[in-house]
Design a protein around this ligand. Structure first.
Ligand SMILES: [Zn+2]
Length: 309
């Protein structure tokens, strides 16, 4: 029984590795904003209302209004949204359950650090709850899909399904139960802590591909298979900057509520804006296809992102 299970896993890994490229590459930037129309969301806020709610000035003369409509109403359904077919949606539900089983088995914090190979090995020990070859093929298929087919606008960060960072490169912050990638991420976070005090908290740090895939597919399942809707809320695995060090911060007093517009009212956020050196990955007018995320800090700066404010 054990031999059969291990054999299936090895076959699956072989199938995966045989189509994987040998090297990690960062794909070309894709900044397209394909036109899309709102289907039927009469109560959706418009750009002006959105900016007003955040007390931000309009500066969108050159903006694609349809694009911003989608970002404002990220949870609405739009024409041209991409969907999983019913069979794929069933697989997505199963995969979410089985990834959660592995997460429960290894612990939340540790799960964020794992690559897919490690997840498959842990899963193989979970008897009837283990990932099947069909599940693994589905995971690889979703990972390899183009940004267009996932309704996502941002660049690919990693094109290697089994890639991950060595455990030694990940530093655990027991106070938050989260990990940060060595280097720029740690430097940025510790500078934030030093300047803005102990009310700054790390709400989400490094995420390997399995953790990002779980977050993404949870949203896909909740949205009845709508990949584009999920992409407006969470980057698909392979497209998340959390894989290269970005992290989310919050205000200790707000806790989980830091992932909301309430964070904009905190003295931490306002101090970060005034400080001038903090860089955000998804500012209000980002063209990466992700809603405004004032809590998401860019660990490294490049031409794709890192806009202030
Ligand atoms: Zn984030």
């Amino acid at each position: 029984m054990l031999g059969l299970r291990t054999g299936c896993l090895m076959l699956a890994l072989y199938l995966i590795q045989s189509v994987e490229g040998a090297t990690e590459q960062t794909g070309p930037l894709k900044m397209t904003t394909p036109p899309a129309k709102l289907v039927a969301t009469p109560s959706s806020p418009r750009l002006q209302d959105f900016l007003a709610a955040f007390e931000l000035k309009s500066g969108t003369e050159t903006a694609d209004r349809d694009y911003f409509d989608r970002m404002v109403a990220a949870d609405d359904v739009f024409e041209n949204d991409q969907f999983l077919n019913p069979l794929e949606l069933e697989l997505a539900r199963e995969v979410v359950e089985r990834l959660r089983d592995v997460e429960a088995f290894v612990g939340h914090g540790r799960f964020t650090t794992l690559n897919f190979e490690a997840v498959f090995k842990h899963s193989a020990g979970l008897a009837s709850r283990r990932l099947t070859v069909a599940d693994i093929r589905f995971l690889r298929d979703i990972f390899n899909r183009s940004s267009e087919s996932l309704g996502f606008n941002g660049p690919r960060i990693s094109n290697q399904f089994l890639a991950g960072h060595a455990q030694e490169a990940l530093i655990f912050y027991p106070k938050y139960g989260e990990y940060l990638l060595s280097g720029d991420a740690i430097e940025q976070f510790e500078r934030l802590e030093a300047e803005f005090g102990s009310s700054v908290m790390l709400t989400s740090g490094y995420r390997g591909h399995p953790k990002q895939m779980l977050l993404y597919l949870e949203k896909v399942v909740e949205a009845q298979g709508n990949l584009s809707l999920a992409s407006r809320n969470r980057a698909p695995a392979g497209y998340s900057f959390h894989f290269i060090g970005d992290f989310d911060v919050g205000d200790v007093a707000l806790g989980e509520q830091s992932f909301s517009r309430r964070f904009l009212k905190t003295s931490i956020y306002q101090s970060m804006v005034r400080a001038g050196w903090v860089k955000w990955r998804y500012p209000s007018h980002n063209l990466l296809g992700v809603r405004f995320e004032p809590w998401h800090i860019a660990s490294v700066c490049d031409e794709i992102a890192c806009s202030g404010g």
